[in-house]
Design a protein around this ligand. Structure first.
Ligand code: ATP
Length: 254
């Protein structure tokens, strides 16, 4: 059986008396893109926050390649291979697009700053950073300051930074939100390329059905914080649970 890269087991968080994520047990395999769907307030973002470490679990576990990371802070999970697009954008607005990506590659390789100043390593890092920028079609803007980028290009840069980190688990929160119609396909094609690499797993919180249809191998549905459905897209989309959830009726009646 393909290895589970990420697993949550009984993952739960309570905010006061409210259970935002309710005992979610789920495994994510290499080569699989899982869309996480559900109505507003279902717990999708909170589930992502629990996995990436922004929110601490009240109960349950998160395992990354078999290792329990439930108590690890965000940065530690990131080093161990968990990559979430927005959390990584500690972008330096006064540095260029290229410099931002180059710093991430440098940090990943744990090279010292003295090495950075050496011409050979600097050139090698630049080549690697440019290759990443070409993948997101940002290479023509490599010398632009990040602070001056359009919203769509900043989102692309988030994806570039994520690729530069080379995680085993990619987490995307509505990756094309706010992008123009000609910008979105670049990011969606890139996610499809990452999926084709087969040795990663990709989690996608997404509301747009056309995006889900084109990319997802599997859909999980959260409702009131709990796992309401899990399976292949055709079956899940046709299920009562999804039909009812998206029509806003109470799932308790289904
Ligand atoms: N820090 C918090 N403190 C208190 N309640 C919270 C907190 N974070 C989330 N919640 C609540 O948990 C529930 C789940 O919220 P969450 O944002 O995860 O839903 P979602 O499925 O991502 O919704 P949307 O699609 O609107 O983004 C909501 O009722 C929300 O109000």
């Amino acid at each position: 059986m393909t290895q589970m890269l990420l697993e949550t087991d009984g993952l739960t968080v309570r905010f006061g008396g409210h259970v935002a994520v309710d005992s979610v047990s789920c495994g994510f395999r290499a080569g699989e893109l899982t869309a996480i769907v559900g109505p507003n307030g279902a717990g999708k973002t909170t589930y992502f926050n629990l996995i990436s470490g922004q929110v601490t679990a009240s109960a349950g576990t998160v395992r990354l390649m078999g290792e329990d990371v439930t108590r690890d802070p965000v940065a530690s999970r990131c080093r161990k291979g968990l990559g979430r697009a927005f959390q990584l954008t500690n972008l330096f607005p006064d540095l260029t697009v290229l410099e931002n990506v180059r710093l991430v590659i440098q940090a990943r390789r744990r090279m010292g700053f003295n090495l950075f100043s050496m011409a050979s390593s600097h050139t090698e890092l630049t080549v690697a950073a440019m290759a990443v920028l070409e993948r997101v079609r940002l290479h023509p803007l490599s010398e632009q300051k990040v602070g001056g980028l359009s919203h769509g290009n900043q989102r692309k840069l988030e994806v570039a930074i994520l690729i530069a980190l080379d995680p085993v688990v990619y987490m995307f929160d509505e990756p094309t939100a706010g992008m123009s119609v000609d910008e979105a396909p670049v990011v969606l094609d890139l996610i499809a390329e990452l999926k084709a690499e087969k040795d990663r797993t990709i989690l996608l919180v997404e509301h747009k059905m056309d995006v889900i249809r084109s990319l997802a191998d599997r859909i999980i549905v959260l409702h009131n914080g709990a796992l309401a459905a899990d399976g292949d897209p055709a079956t899940v989309m046709a299920s009562d649970v999804v039909q009812e959830a998206y029509m806003g009726r109470d799932l308790a009646d289904v």
